[in-house]
Write a protein that binds this ligand. Structure first.
Ligand code: PGA
Length: 251
């Protein structure tokens, strides 16, 4: 099955609104010639979403958020809902990132609630899964990522699984410069795809110290459909170069 390619930048807690504007001034002209079949997403902090939405309106770059609440409104101080994101032009939302699981009480259950709400609200969830170094050393990688993936999609109709994306992000590879070997990342991603019915057409992205220098070695693998990029998405020239190198030679 031909699965679409997604390159998504996860800015985490970086960039003020002014820095966001400077990024898009430099980034948008550079990615304009990239073939349209590559889905480019940038996920800034909430405080930059409105401005980013204004920059991206009418361009081929899509706007992402880094999390959201599963309820549509209510007494949830500090939270942001799917309708609020949609109103700003957001089309994608990262859910279950390991930093939110580690520091912000995100659990398999809350990820599942958020996935269902995102789909019902017309947002594309990018669901992050991944093992710790201890889990990898204990030989528990596959078990860990499969249980996270199954939990995230519990109760989601199989037909809706083509509307989600998954990011396999080994936790030990995030922000460390120690990326997972492409063959091994591909093996884990193929395991996820084949273990769960309905993931044949779902983009599965690699995340964890992806750079312009190593992206090509990932996207040439059979089950890797792009990347979720942290540090290397913060620099407009660098992120544009990374995306260029992810374009298949034939396109
Ligand atoms: P990194 O982050 O590219 O800086 O390793 C990836 C992520 O956390 O999504």
């Amino acid at each position: 099955m031909n699965v679409r390619t997604i390159l998504a930048g996860n800015w985490k807690m970086h960039k003020t609104a002014a820095e966001t504007a400077a990024f898009f001034d430099a980034f948008l002209p550079r990615v304009a010639p990239i073939p349209a079949e590559i889905e480019i997403v940038v996920a800034p902090a909430f405080t930059s979403l409105q401005l980013a939405g204004e920059f991206l309106s009418g361009t081929r770059v899509r706007l992402g958020a880094q999390t959201m609440h599963w309820e549509l409104q209510g007494a949830f101080t500090g939270e942001v809902s799917a309708p609020m994101l949609r109103a700003l032009g957001v089309s994608h939302v990262i859910l279950g990132h390991s930093e939110r699981r580690a520091y912000c009480d995100e659990t398999d259950r809350t990820v599942n609630l958020k996935v269902r709400t995102a789909l019902a609200q017309g947002l594309t969830p990018i669901v992050a899964v991944g093992e710790t170094l201890d889990e990898r050393r204990a030989g528990a990688t596959d078990e860990r990522v499969l249980s996270q993936t199954r939990a995230a999609f519990e109760g989601v109709p199989e037909a809706d699984l083509s509307k989600v994306a998954i990011a396999y992000e080994p936790i030990w590879a995030i922000g460390t410069g120690q990326s997972c070997e492409p063959d091994e990342a591909n093996r884990v991603m193929a395991t996820i795809r084949h273990a769960i019915d309905g993931l044949g057409g779902t983009p599965i992205l690699y995340g964890g110290s992806m750079t312009a220098s190593n992206v090509a070695s990932y996207v040439r693998c059979s089950d890797i459909n792009g990347g979720l990029v942290g540090g290397a998405s913060l620099d407009p020239e660098g992120f544009a170069a990374l995306i260029e190198r992810a374009v298949p030679v034939s396109s």
